[in-house]
Design a protein around this ligand. Sequence first.
Ligand code: GTP
Ligand code: MG
Length: 198
Amino acid sequence: MKIKHARFVVSNTEVAKCPQPDRPEYAFIGRSNVGKSSLINMLTNRKSLAKTSVKPGKTRLINHFIINEEWYLVDLPGYGYAKTAKSERRKWEKFINDYILKRENLYSLFVLINSRHQPQEIDLEFMEWLGISGIPFAIIFTKSDKLKDDELQLNLESYKSKMLETWESMPPWFVSSAVNGSVRDEILGYIKKINTSV
Ligand code: GTP
Ligand code: MG
């Protein structure tokens, strides 16, 4: 699938104020700094459509981008950033949970996991909550360019075996690098397949 147009639509903290849920939507979530905003820029081939930062805690709102005027990509704030004030963290959690549970045109979430790290409780618990809540999702292992291939394979294997302790099978998964963009076509193909099946 070719991305001809990508433009920012609106930012907010309330599901009710998001754009009309009249077309397919895909959102990116995961720990702060895992590379959600960078991935949106890589997929759309735009340097700074979504704002990125070397410091965690950059994205703080629900940000809608419309692609080819046909479907939405959504950049969400990260979870698990220790330096965020507790009250603010609770506020984020509430609007993110609300968004995930209530957004009727959310066809799939992408849960981003840093491919350099061992499985983290916070991500595993979050995915279990998605499973219990019946929210479809795929995993994207990010920053693969920071690892040697054999280290990457080892980490992926250990992640899969951890997941299979609680899941019957792995959800769809991708390995990405925002630096070399190698998985762009695969992720866009996955989105296209869902777009055309509904
Ligand atoms: P928050 O909005 O704070 O939750 O973070 P985020 O998940 O949106 O992360 P962001 O895209 O802002 O990226 C965080 C940092 O990681 C930036 O310095 C990016 O340049 C870097 N980064 C993101 N993806 C990759 C990648 O695939 N490879 C490498 N080497 N760096 C990456
Ligand atoms: Mg971000």
